[in-house]
Design a binder for this molecule. Structure first.
Ligand code: COA
Length: 329
């Protein structure tokens, strides 16, 4: 990969809504149990946004924290990319609300809709532009209010998700968090595995759609499970090979927080143990595009990210699509 300029991570931040929803909450209206959810997923609780708390509100808190961490002010930002599948509204892009609320007067911006891989997609886009010299910095935010699209009548999906936001600032020639490797892929033929089939240009939202709950997220959990285990392994192996390192050289893996059983199954055939995998899905469940940036910011602030270490990000999800990034902290 030819790089014109090096790109590092100048700051990170995250925000989760105050309301904590334990597994037991679902027992009151679904045929499920706390034990089932925890044993099949590793999830114990998640955060739900307050009434009226929109995606851009979550973005705002996470972004301010990332800016503070970077020692930057909003007017220094060149570009903002928001990764989300739960925008404030369908038009305009959520980044417009964020740019206004932040007062990032010089920044351009756009949204990326790539679900659980979205924040890494944002990182790869910003990386390319900064490396090429088109911009000097970019705020990348992964944020979701998944409660707005969850089907609370479907016990196989609604127990899996939560709301939250994570952000980072990428900067030209910043010495820390240098991006060393990026990779992405997609198998669009599998789009039905995770979808929200109505509400776009293909199928409008009608009374019938709402009755069938097709305006909400639908999952083929088993299919995704199998895909995710294999893809996690492949991405890890490809990253190691491309970097010319061994598993021992990886300081920390920050994976998409999908399901502890998926992560543990994937690791079985890889020479890396769980103590080098950062997990917070027990507390936040799956927050899609926000999952990796929340986990990375937490890991940093908990002292789990050491200077000079190789950090690996692995994501997969709706599309079905995937992405992988390695940085040196
Ligand atoms: N509570 C109790 N029982 C449940 C349940 C729940 N919340 N959800 C499903 N079940 C039942 C199923 O109906 C099934 O019952 P049956 O055997 O009578 O048919 C049984 O539990 C086993 O279901 P299965 O789907 O095989 O369970 P699983 O071990 O694969 O776990 C998921 C289900 C959804 C937790 C798991 O497949 C998963 O995490 N998949 C990926 C999730 C995903 O797509 N995330 C988003 C993409 S990033």
């Amino acid at each position: 990969m030819k790089t014109l300029r090096e790109v590092g991570i100048a700051g990170t931040g995250h925000y989760v809504p105050e309301r904590i929803v334990p597994n037991s909450w679902f027992e009151s209206f679904l045929d499920t149990s706390s034990d089932w959810i925890e044993s099949r997923t590793g999830m114990r609780e998640r955060r739900f946004a307050a009434e009226g708390e929109a995606c851009s509100d979550l973005c705002l808190h996470a972004s301010r924290r990332a800016l503070e961490d970077a020692g930057m002010t909003p007017d220094e930002l060149d570009l903002i990319i928001v990764a989300t599948v739960t925008p404030d509204q369908l038009l305009p892009a959520t980044v417009a609300f964020l740019q206004d609320k932040l007062g990032a007067s010089r920044a351009g911006g756009w949204d990326i809709t790539n679900a659980c891989t979205g924040w890494l997609s944002a990182m790869m886009s910003a990386y390319g532009m900064i490396a090429a010299g088109t911009i000097d910095n970019c705020l990348i935010v992964g944020a979701e209010v998944l409660t707005s699209i969850m089907n609370f009548q479907d016990r196989g999906s609604c127990i899996l998700f939560g709301d939250g936001a994570g952000a980072a600032i990428l900067k030209a020639d910043h010495p820390r968090g240098r991006i060393l490797y990026t990779s992405s892929g997609m198998d669009g033929a599998q789009w039905e595995a995770i979808s929200r089939s109505a509400g776009g240009s293909k199928r409008a939202i009608t009374h019938e759609v709402v009755e069938k709950r097709d305006h909400l997220m639908a999952l083929k959990g088993n299919d995704v499970f199998k895909f995710a285990v294999g893809k996690f392994r492949d991405l890890m192996r490809e990253q190691i090979d491309a970097l010319g390192v061994g598993y021992d050289d990886i300081g920390l893996v920050v994976p998409h927080q999908v399901n502890i059983r998926i992560i543990e199954s994937a690791l079985k055939k890889l020479d890396i143990d769980m103590d080098r995998i950062y997990i917070n899905l027990d507390r936040y469940s799956n927050t899609s595009a926000a999952s990796i940036p929340i986990a990375f910011d937490e890991a940093r602030k908990a002292g789990r990210v050491k200077e000079g270490e190789l950090i690996s990000f692995i994501a997969f999800g709706a599309g079905l699509g995937w992405g992988s990034v390695a940085i040196r902290w």
